[in-house]
Design a protein around this ligand. Structure first.
Ligand SMILES: Cc1ncc(COP(=O)(O)O)c(C=O)c1O
Length: 391
């Protein structure tokens, strides 16, 4: 094994603590290759290469209905679910069909930048609700809903990432979820929960989904195989009340026929049928638990006093807050020059200035040794800025 230290890394390709990608060694596993081969040998393989049903390949829809019903204590029916070409496709569908240009959507501050991008593509008026370490601040949501009502505006939905948030890593408690649902009922607000990290709890139980707590009323829940199996599959799912699924099935892009990624869906259905899913998820949880702990330990060791960070219970991300004198975009540039890539906080907010004191760190992608060296480099960079500013 090559042992790297913080000083010698600058000449190599940067250590990637920037992109929310899964561990590369978890992708082309022997089990995945075997499912691919079995799917290719099956007599119905041609169906994965043909246009498929609008709601998605039936065998995978069945697997998901059973999994979600069992894990979340709900009783999904086929009318509640459709496959989508990744979670982002579902966000786009809902934005296009429910908000429309000029509509209003509430998001969290910070949030997943590609959701901001998609919502802006549809010329939607966005309002950001602040978060704290416990997730979305319910009082702030209530104030904004009341204010919008006073303006004669009714938001089409709240887009939220309640579990292992991107970028904060936080998880909304059961109590706060119930409070949000009370507000949603009072103001007639639809909730779109982006739950793509739900399967990746480090340990311990995950709070009930909004969909489960609301008994499927006025909640859309988005899932994806991108963070667990492979983002290249372009495959996810939308669970929602039957009228929402109907609207999404009846829209132009779905009605051209074909369903979402029938080829991928057939391979994934074979993968799940072969019993590979559960052991894979257990293995991923172990990998990400170790990496999270490693990154947290490295932050303790190398970050200068005055820097704070979140302690996620799952997912991929840690959200770092810099001392008030240090600017994130400058740290990002200096860290890259020293051999480590991190994301500055700006793009996670509607107003990028709100992110100038934050960095998002990803522990899912780099290997353990790189994680340690990467945080060591970052700690030196931040300390260097603090030192210069104090001179
Ligand atoms: C909250 C959230 N939603 C969706 C996605 C993307 O999912 P997909 O690849 O299924 O479109 C990501 C990936 O970074 C994410 O963090």
């Amino acid at each position: 094994m090559i042992i790297l230290d913080a000083g010698e890394h600058a000449e190599r390709s940067p250590i990637a603590l920037m992109l929310g990608h899964p561990d590369p060694t978890s992708l082309a596993t022997p089990e995945f290759r075997s499912a691919l081969a079995m799917a290719a040998d099956a007599p119905d393989f041609y169906q994965g290469l043909q246009y498929g049903p609008d709601a998605g390949t039936a065998s995978l829809v069945e697997f998901l209905m059973e999994k979600i019903s069992r894990e979340q204590g709900v009783a999904l029916r086929p009318a509640n679910i459709m496959l989508v070409a990744g979670a982002t496709h579902a966000v786009d569908l809902l934005a296009r069909l429910y908000a429309k240009p000029g509509g209003v959507v509430l998001i969290e501050a910070p949030t997943y930048p590609d959701a901001i991008h998609v919502l802006r593509d549809h010329q939607i008026e966005l309002h950001a609700i602040p978060m704290d370490d416990g997730g979305l601040i319910v009082g702030a949501l209530e104030e904004r809903l009341a204010w919008l009502k006073g303006q004669g505006k009714s938001p089409s939905f709240l887009y939220t990432i309640p579990t292992f948030h991107n970028p904060r890593g936080s998880t909304l408690s059961d109590a706060r979820r119930r409070e949000v649902l009370e507000l949603a009922a009072r103001f007639g607000l639809m909730i779109v929960e982006d739950d793509v990290y739900r399967d990746l709890a480090c340990n311990g139980p995950v709070p009930n989904s909004f969909f489960a707590l609301a008994h499927g009323q006025r909640v859309c829940s988005i899932g994806s195989f991108s963070k667990t199996l492979a983002p290249g599959l372009r495959l996810g799912w939308l669970v929602a009340p039957p009228d929402v699924i109907q609207t999404c099935l009846a829209c132009g892009t779905t009605q051209m026929g074909g369903g979402a990624s029938p080829f991928s869906a057939q391979v994934v259905a074979q993968y799940c049928r072969s019993g590979y899913w559960e052991p894979h998820i257990q293995r991923l949880r172990g990998i990400y638990l170790r990496r999270r702990d490693l990154m947290l330990a490295a932050l303790e060791r190398y970050m200068p006093a005055g820097t704070t960070w979140t302690h996620p219970e799952g997912g991929f991300f840690i959200w770092l807050t810099l001392p008030s004198t240090v600017v994130a975009s400058a740290v990002k540039r200096a860290a890259l020059a020293s051999g480590v890539a991190v994301a500055a906080g700006g793009p996670f907010f509607l107003d990028p200035r709100a992110g100038e004191q934050h960095l998002r760190l990803v522990y899912s992608y780099a290997d353990p040794e790189e994680l340690n060296v990467g945080i060591h480099i970052l700690g030196n960079v931040v300390a260097g800025f603090m030192q210069r500013l104090s001179e």
